[in-house]
Design a protein around this ligand. Sequence first.
Ligand SMILES: Cc1ncc(COP(=O)(O)O)c(C=O)c1O
Length: 358
Amino acid sequence: MSRPAIAWINLDHLCHNYRLLQQAATDASVMAVVKANAYGHGLNLVAPALFRAGCRLFAVTDADEGAKLRNILRSDDPAGDTEIALLSGIFDAGDASLATTEHLTPTISDSAQCDMLQAADFDGAAWIKVDTGMNRLGAAEPQVLIRQCLQAGIQIRGFMSHLACADTPLHPMNRQQAERFASLCDQAAPQLPRSLLNSAGIISMPDQCLDVVRPGIALYGAEPVAEKPMGLKPVMRMTARVIQVRDIKAGETVSYSASFTAETSMRIAIVSAGYADGIPRALSGCGQASCHDRLLPVTGRVCMDYTMLNVSDTNIQSGDNVEFWGMELAANDVASMIDTISYTLFTGVGERVRRVPV
Ligand SMILES: Cc1ncc(COP(=O)(O)O)c(C=O)c1O
């Protein structure tokens, strides 16, 4: 019997979200962003489900993730026709060789990446990444890079850029970046496909869906723009089991550093998941879990393997399962309680947590 810390992955909800995004993107194609083990949800579960829902464009971070994904899709797509874009491009000669053998589609941000691909006899296509104001990855002037790629026998798949403030629909940078992107693409190669928007961008700037959109977080059901919910459904439900219940007296303390002292007698449940499973330590003394329609305060410090909950005045018993986020507690709400984002909750789910499809 494995440890009862489980991330339940609802693949129907995933496909529902994919379809909603495809509708919102109108004529643009949806490139599903499944990097970082599908944002912690399990690439081996998420990618085949999306493929069967019709998705033929995927994005991961690097060549290792790309090769893993190619392998996962092998039985559904034996010819390897599905596009697997590498959002960080390639880092070294090994990556360039994997991109060649696994028929991956890197992004290229600088001439060194182009050189490495040429040296690996890469004869596929690559996205040209352009920086339009975020000052992260991307070429400032793509013309030189395009020329270099074409001389190296690399086809140009299109242009890609990324918005810095897409989750704030009225932020002036959104329009400035879109205009800069349009002008750079028009000057460099107006006929080539363009991709600008992530999840929040699809909601904030629907007129900029262009040829390909790249949603990540929305696929997993976290609303990317709080004030404009799309009707997404949560994909991950993070649960663990009550493995012991104990009564403590006033004056006793709970967990490391004795940071919590009981003011009256109370009942504490010890739950089988801690920060090594992805329950953020920042929830110590301020978070909640849910069970039988009750919200149970996290009491004392979250430990590596356990979290203690106040279950006074409840009939919660050993063997009950509690939810840390998912259906009853929205991941976005849990994240904002500790000043973070749902991305960090999902990607923080530990390797030892089983991902179980439902
Ligand atoms: C280049 C790029 N495109 C798309 C995405 C997906 O973003 P989101 O999960 O906000 O939809 C990311 C995520 O980090 C990204 O780096």
